[in-house]
Design a protein around this ligand. Structure first.
Ligand code: 4GX
Length: 251
């Protein structure tokens, strides 16, 4: 996949995109990330790309021309052009999956008070927000989107746990994980995980995953597809809770 990122601050991306899994994917040629400075498309001698808003008000607005010319120089016709902004659709795992199937993404990161509206009107095909809070620029949102999308591209996670095993793939929260030692500051690893009984371990993990989702994110559980086994596990939990409640009533 090719991803072009338009920004006034390309250096902000150097840490996250030159480390860990994203770095490896880039080195292996699975992911071609191209950081493009909007300022390189300014046509004046001071290399400015912003100006004051028509109608007055505070802050500076990024002009349409450098953004149009940057996108036109990069788009071979089939790019999916996304602007990072609070007005966009809220990013989630299903949008990440949708984007992971594209060949070419162009992400536009605004800074300052925003970008001339004509960019949104006729250059952008998609607007994405990473949540309801205000940031100083679209760079952090672009990093979040690239990270979530990249790990879904076949070969990026490699030997690691596949994306299909992800909690959010099925719409559940993860089960708890432990590693050595067996006892740490009097806190024990659940016995079933030490048993070597793979079937019991699988059922225990599924149960923990379901219960966590039920308690912390009931909204996810409503949407998720439950297997017969899931329903059985949840019935067991309900029975246990009912018993505890009854014993409390009687005392
Ligand atoms: N999820 N911001 C973008 C400037 C801006 C405004 C309008 C284009 C159009 C944000 C978020 C976010 C702040 C990034 C305003 N650019 N982006 N910036 N939350 O808060 O994506």
């Amino acid at each position: 996949m090719r991803i072009d990122i338009l920004t006034l601050f390309p250096e902000m991306f150097f840490g996250p995109f030159d480390s860990s899994i994203i770095k490896r994917a880039r080195d292996r040629g699975i992911l071609n990330i191209n950081l493009v400075n909007i300022r390189d498309f300014s046509q004046n001698k001071h290399r400015t790309v912003d100006d004051t808003p028509y109608g007055g008000g505070s802050g500076m607005i990024i002009q349409a021309d450098p953004v149009f010319r940057a996108v036109e120089s990069l788009n071979e016709g089939d790019a999916h052009v996304i602007m990072m902004c609070p007005q966009g659709r809220t990013f989630n795992q299903s949008i990440a999956m949708e984007l992971s199937r594209k060949k070419h993404l162009i992400l536009i990161c605004g800074h300052y008070e925003g970008i001339d509206e004509r960019v949104r009107e006729s250059l952008v095909s998609d607007e994405i927000s990473i949540g309801d809070y205000v940031l100083t620029g679209g760079e952090l949102p672009a990093m979040v989107v690239v990270d979530a999308v990249a790990r879904l591209i076949p070969g990026v996670l490699g030997e690691m746990k596949s994306a299909v095993e992800d909690s959010f793939y099925e719409g559940f929260l993860d089960y708890p994980s432990y590693t050595k030692p067996r006892v740490y500051r009097d806190m024990k690893v659940p016995e079933v995980l030490l048993s070597g009984h793979h079937e019991n371990i699988r059922v225990w993990r599924r149960g923990e995953s379901l219960i966590r989702t039920l308690v912390r994110r009931p909204d996810l559980l409503k949407k998720a597809k439950l297997t017969c086994e899931d329903i059985e596990i949840l019935r067991d939990v309900k029975e246990k809770i009912t018993k505890i409640l009854q014993s409390k009533k009687n005392t």
